[in-house]
Design a protein around this ligand. Structure first.
Ligand SMILES: [Zn+2]
Length: 273
């Protein structure tokens, strides 16, 4: 598949026209394979909900990334440009290998073919073993909708007859082994929790990188649900509560539709609780 065919395919996809059925040869090109990839609908969702495990896994040598689906342009505070800068600073604190933005419409994006294809392209580009998405239900309606979009795309990405291109090259199918939901505003019971005690301080630093969104005394913009000091406290309390369940100081909790398998009991935390 050459770049012209890829552009043609992209245009046909955007115009929702039938695509030509041509036998294509896959061209191999350099890929950065990630171990963990987070798909979060708003910049700052990843930091709030799974910033700890991103950093904890990075410390263990894993490759990590965040794909933000929207630019958070409907947020009461800040602008697209400022939020982009904040996301870049947070990415540095979390030592991410990759951070991209798919520029879907904040508040109005649909779980449709165009957006599913955007997620599929990212999945096939980075070929992560494990992905994370927003909570299946939450205060913000974008969260549950984006979670379903990512889950659907993760399945479709494994179907070889769905053709996609990146940088003018045909992509090969890829399906991540696990799709986990992180837990955000509404309390949802986790299926498993992971110790983030060693990186809790940096997780909070990454959240505070979003100066326009969270408690910042010098901000002149209107107060919002998430800008009060109580909101940041609630993040800490939630992490403490999940930590207490497994006998550590802080943890993050996740939901899995799929049964999780272990190779041995070595990975278990052995603390009396
Ligand atoms: Zn959000």
């Amino acid at each position: 598949m050459n770049i012209f065919y890829c552009l043609l395919l992209l245009n046909l996809q955007i115009l929702n026209l039938p695509q030509p059925n041509i036998a294509l040869s896959i061209i191999n090109y350099t890929l950065m394979k990630l171990d963990l990839l987070v798909f979060a609908v708003h910049p700052d969702d990843a930091e709030l909900s799974c910033g700890g495990i991103l950093l904890a896994e990075k410390m263990k040598g894993k490759k990590t990334g965040v794909i933000d689906l929207t630019r958070g342009e409907l947020g009461t505070r800040g602008t697209i440009e400022i939020r982009k800068e904040e996301a870049a600073v947070a990415a540095q604190i979390l030592q991410l290998d990759v951070r991209e933005n798919l520029q879907m419409d904040d508040g109005f994006f649909k779980n449709d073919e165009i957006n599913q294809r955007k997620v599929i392209v990212a999945l096939r580009k980075y070929r992560p073993e494990i992905i994370f998405c927003n909570a299946p239900e939450d205060r913000h309606p974008d969260h549950g909708r984006s979670a379903q979009l990512v889950e659907d795309a993760a399945f479709l990405s494994g179907l070889r007859k769905i053709e996609t291109c990146d940088q003018g090259k045909a992509q090969q199918e890829w399906r991540p082994k696990y799709v986990f939901n992180f837990i955000q505003d509404t309390y949802l019971s986790p299926n498993f929790v992971i110790d983030i005690s060693d990186v809790m301080e940096q997780k909070l630093e990454a959240i505070k990188a979003y100066g326009t969104q969270f408690n910042s005394p010098d901000m002149s913009e209107p107060q919002t649900y998430i800008s009060s000091p109580d909101f940041l406290d609630s993040i800490i309390y939630r992490s403490k509560m999940f930590g207490k369940m497994i006998g550590v100081n802080y943890a993050e909790g996740f939901i899995s539709k799929k049964m999780i398998g272990f190779n041995s009991f070595d990975a278990f935390i052995k603390v009396n609780t």
